[in-house]
Write a protein that binds this ligand. Structure first.
Ligand code: C2E
Ligand code: MG
Ligand code: MG
Length: 643
C-alpha cells in the first residue's frame, strides 16, 4: 500500500487560505475576472480538502464504506479538473482582453467546455468502468487505465492557451506575456515532479503556485485602476491605446473633461464631488458597445470603442455630448455640468499612445479657448499641433543660440507732433529665414513656460539700447510682460538689476500688460504693480478693448497710459457709432488722469480721427513701423517735429 505524504497539500492549503483572506478584504468592482478568481479559490481549497479526506478514507478503507470512498475520490477527480479548466478560462480572458474579435474566445470556451464535459462523463461513470480508479475486492484503492487523464487535459488546455497566445501576440499586455512565459514551464516542472514522485501529493501545490502567480500579477495590482471610480486610470488608458495600435485594431476615443468642477466641490463638498465623478464614470461605463472606460486625470474621462464606421462613431459622440446638456443627479441633487467632449479616431495613422494623449490634451485646451464644447479631431488640428510642436522646438533652440532679436516701434505724440517713446517687440526668424509672427510664437512660449526667459532677453536688449543711446529725445521704451513674469518672485530684483547694470533711469522703462494678465489674479497683480510703481517703473495697459474692458477695475490700478486696441479702432471711418464710443472712452480715461494711446493706426484718415478724438499717442504703421534698434535710434534723432 502506497504511503502518501500530505505535507505539501497542507502547506498549499494554508497559503491559499491566506491569499483568499487578503483577496476578500479588498473592496473593488465585481468584474467577471474577479468572479472567476473566486471560483479558482473555492475549487482549489475544496479539492485540497477533499484530497486530504480521501487520503484518510483510502488508508482507513477497512473503517469506511466503499461507496463513500468511491464518492469522495470521484469528487476529488472532478474538482481537480474543474480547477484547471477555471484557471484556463481565466487565462483566456486575460489574453483576449484587448482583442475585439471574440471568435478566438468563443473557440477557447467551447474547447474547455468539451474537454471538461468529456472528463466529467468519464468521472461520473467511473464507478462502473473503473477508468480513473477503482477499489479492489479487499477495499484497496487502485489506479485505473485513465488515471492520469487529468494531466492530459491540463496539457491540452496549456496547448490551447499557447496557440491563442501566439495568434494574438500583438494585443497582449506585457504583464500577461510575462505570465504566459513563466506559467507553462512552472506547471510542467511541477507536473513532472508529481509524475515521478506520486507518493508526495502535489496537485494542490501546482494549483497554489498558479493561483499565486495570477494573484500577484493581476488581482492585487491596483496600479491600473482608478481608486475612486474603479475605472481604468491614466496608466491603463495609455497602455490600452498602445495595445490597440500595436494590434492594428481601429478604435475611437471619446473623452470628456468636466470644467469648473472646483465650483461643485466648493458649493457642496469633496465627498459630493467624488460621488458625482463616480456617477459620471458609471454612466460612461454603461454605454453599449464600449471596450473600456477610464478616468485618466482628475475630471477627465475617456471611453474606448472599437471603430467600425463614421456614422456609428458620430452617434456615440453625440450621445455622450448630449448627456452633458442634461443635469446629473447626485444624492437627488441636480447638478448642471459643463464639459468638453473630444473625439479621436485611430484607423491606421502613424501614432503612438503619446501622440493620442497629446492630441487629447490639446483638443481640450482648444475647446476651452474657443468655447466649443465638442471637438472632433481632423487634419487641420493635426497640422496646427505639429506646427506648435515644431515651434516649441525652434523656441527652445533659439533661446540656447540667442537668436531672438528686438525691433522698436515709435509712438507719435499728437500734441508735440513728434515721436516721444517706443515699444520693444520681439522678433524671431525660422531657420530658413522666414519671420515667425510674434502673435504665433508668444502664445506657444506662454504655454510651454518659455515666455519668461524670452522676455528677459527683451528687457536686457532694451536696457542695453537705452544705455547706448542716452542722448536720444526719448521719454521711454515699453516692454510687454506676461502673467508668468508677474508670478516670478524675482521680477522686481531682475528689473532693478538690469536697469542698474546699464545705468538706465527707472522712468525710461515702461511695462505693458494686458487685461488678461490683470484678471488672472487681480489682487496679486495690483500688489506687484504698486511695488514696481513705487520704484518708479510705469505701466501701460495694452490691447484695451479685446478683453474684459472693465473700466472700474482698470481705473483702480496704477497705469500711466491706456493703449486702445486696433480692433476697437478699425470701424472709426465707416461707423459713426464707433467714433462716439472711442471718444467717450478717451474722455473717460482722460478724466481719470490716464494718457491714451491708439494702436494699429494705418492711414492718415484714421490718424486724423483719433487725433481729433483727443488721443495722446498714436502707434501704427502710418506713422512708423517697428524697426531695428539702430534704425529706430536714427529715426528718432533725425525726426523733426511737423508744423
Ligand atoms: P502688442 O503689444 O499690442 O504690440 C503691437 C503689435 O501691433 C505688434 O505686433 C506690432 O507690430 C503691431 N502693429 C503696430 N502697428 C500696427 C499697424 O498699424 N497695423 C497692424 N496691423 N499692426 C500693427 P507684433 O510685433 O506681431 O506683436 C504681437 C503681440 O505679441 C504684441 O502685441 C504683444 O502682445 C506680443 N509681444 C510682442 N513682443 C513681446 C514680448 O517681448 N513679450 C511679450 N510677452 N509679448 C510680446
Ligand atoms: Mg504691447
Ligand atoms: Mg497692443
Amino acid at each position: 500500500m502506497t504511503k502518501w505524504s500530505l505535507l505539501a497539500e497542507l502547506m498549499s492549503l494554508s497559503m491559499l487560505l491566506l491569499m483568499f483572506l487578503y483577496y476578500h478584504e479588498r473592496k473593488t468592482a465585481f468584474s467577471f475576472r474577479r468572479r472567476v478568481f473566486y471560483w479558482i479559490f473555492g475549487l482549489s481549497i475544496s479539492s485540497i480538502l477533499v484530497n486530504i479526506v480521501c487520503v484518510y478514507t483510502i488508508v482507513h478503507y477497512d473503517r469506511v464504506p466503499v461507496a463513500l470512498n468511491q464518492l469522495l475520490n470521484t469528487l476529488y477527480f472532478i474538482l481537480v479538473l474543474l480547477v484547471s479548466s477555471t484557471i484556463a478560462l481565466y487565462i483566456f480572458d486575460l489574453i483576449l482582453e484587448h482583442v475585439y474579435r471574440k471568435d478566438c474566445y468563443k473557440k477557447a470556451v467551447i474547447g474547455i467546455a468539451v474537454l471538461t464535459a468529456a472528463y466529467l462523463i468519464i468521472a461520473l461513470t467511473n464507478v462502473w468502468t473503473g477508468a480513473l480508479f477503482y477499489f479492489t475486492e479487499d477495499g484497496h484503492y487502485a489506479r485505473g487505465p485513465l488515471n492520469r487523464l487529468g494531466y492530459v487535459i491540463l496539457g491540452l488546455e496549456l496547448v490551447m492557451v499557447l496557440l491563442c497566445y501566439f495568434r494574438n501576440r500583438a494585443a497582449i499586455p506585457q504583464k500577461v506575456v510575462r505570465v504566459i512565459h513563466t506559467l507553462p514551464p512552472v506547471v510542467a516542472a511541477l507536473a513532472c515532479f508529481q509524475f515521478f514522485y506520486p507518493e508526495i501529493l502535489f496537485n494542490g501545490t501546482i494549483t497554489t503556485v498558479v493561483a499565486f502567480i495570477l494573484y500577484s500579477n493581476f488581482q492585487t495590482c491596483q496600479v491600473e485602476e482608478d481608486y475612486l471610480t474603479h475605472l481604468g486610470n491614466r496608466k491603463a488608458f495609455i497602455s490600452d491605446i498602445t495595445l490597440k495600435i500595436r494590434s492594428e485594431q481601429p478604435f475611437q476615443i471619446v473623452s470628456v473633461s468636466v470644467r469648473h468642477f472646483s465650483e461643485i466641490n466648493q458649493k457642496f463638498d469633496h465627498a459630493f464631488g467624488d460621488d458625482l465623478l463616480f456617477n459620471i464614470g458609471k454612466w460612461l461605463e454603461g454605454l453599449p458597445g464600449h471596450y473600456r472606460t477610464y478616468r485618466y486625470s482628475g475630471v477627465s474621462f475617456a471611453v474606448i470603442f472599437p471603430y467600425q464606421d463614421a456614422a456609428e462613431a458620430e452617434v456615440r459622440v453625440q450621445e455622450i455630448h448630449q448627456r452633458f446638456s442634461q443635469p446629473w443627479y447626485c444624492k437627488n441633487i441636480p447638478c448642471k455640468l459643463t464639459a468638453c467632449t473630444c473625439d479621436v479616431v485611430w484607423n491606421g495613422q502613424l501614432w503612438t499612445s503619446n501622440t493620442v494623449m497629446e492630441y487629447l490634451e490639446i483638443m481640450v485646451e482648444m475647446s476651452k479657448a474657443g468655447g466649443n464644447p465638442l471637438i472632433r479631431f481632423n487634419n487641420a488640428i493635426a497640422v496646427s499641433i505639429e506646427r506648435e510642436k515644431y515651434l516649441e522646438a525652434v523656441l527652445r533652440s533659439s533661446l540656447k543660440e540667442d537668436r531672438f532679436t528686438i525691433v522698436l516701434q515709435p509712438l507719435f505724440h499728437c500734441r508735440k507732433r513728434m515721436f516721444c517713446c517706443g515699444e520693444a517687440l520681439i522678433r524671431l526668424n525660422d531657420y530658413d529665414g522666414t519671420p515667425i509672427p510674434a502673435g504665433e510664437f508668444i502664445p506657444i512660449a506662454e504655454k510651454v513656460g518659455l515666455i519668461d526667459e524670452i522676455s528677459w532677453v527683451v528687457l536686457d536688449r532694451v536696457c542695453r539700447f537705452l544705455a547706448n543711446h542716452r542722448d536720444l529725445p526719448l521719454e521711454s521704451v515699453s516692454i510687454n510682460l506676461s502673467m508668468q513674469q508677474f508670478q516670478d518672485p524675482s521680477l522686481l530684483p531682475r528689473i532693478e538689476t538690469c536697469l542698474q547694470r546699464y545705468s538706465v533711469p527707472r522712468g525710461k522703462l515702461k511695462i505693458e500688460i494686458t487685461e488678461r494678465v490683470i484678471f488672472q489674479d487681480l489682487a496679486y497683480v495690483r500688489d506687484i504693480m504698486e511695488q514696481l510703481s513705487r520704484h518708479g517703473i510705469g505701466f501701460y495697459l495694452d490691447d484695451f478693448g479685446t478683453g474684459y474692458s472693465n473700466f472700474s477695475v482698470v481705473m483702480r490700478l496704477p497705469f500711466e497710459c491706456i493703449k486702445l486696441d486696433r480692433s476697437l479702432l478699425s470701424q472709426l471711418i465707416e461707423n459713426q457709432n464707433s467714433k462716439e464710443i472711442v471718444r467717450d472712452i478717451i474722455s473717460l480715461f482722460h478724466n481719470s488722469g490716464f494718457r491714451v494711446a491708439c494702436e494699429g493706426i494705418e492711414t492718415a484718415a484714421q490718424s486724423d480721427i483719433v487725433t481729433a478724438l483727443g488721443t495722446d499717442l498714436i502707434q501704427g504703421f502710418y506713422h512708423a513701423r517697428p524697426m531695428e534698434p539702430e534704425a529706430f535710434a536714427e529715426f528718432i534723432s533725425g525726426y523733426r517735429p511737423q508744423p
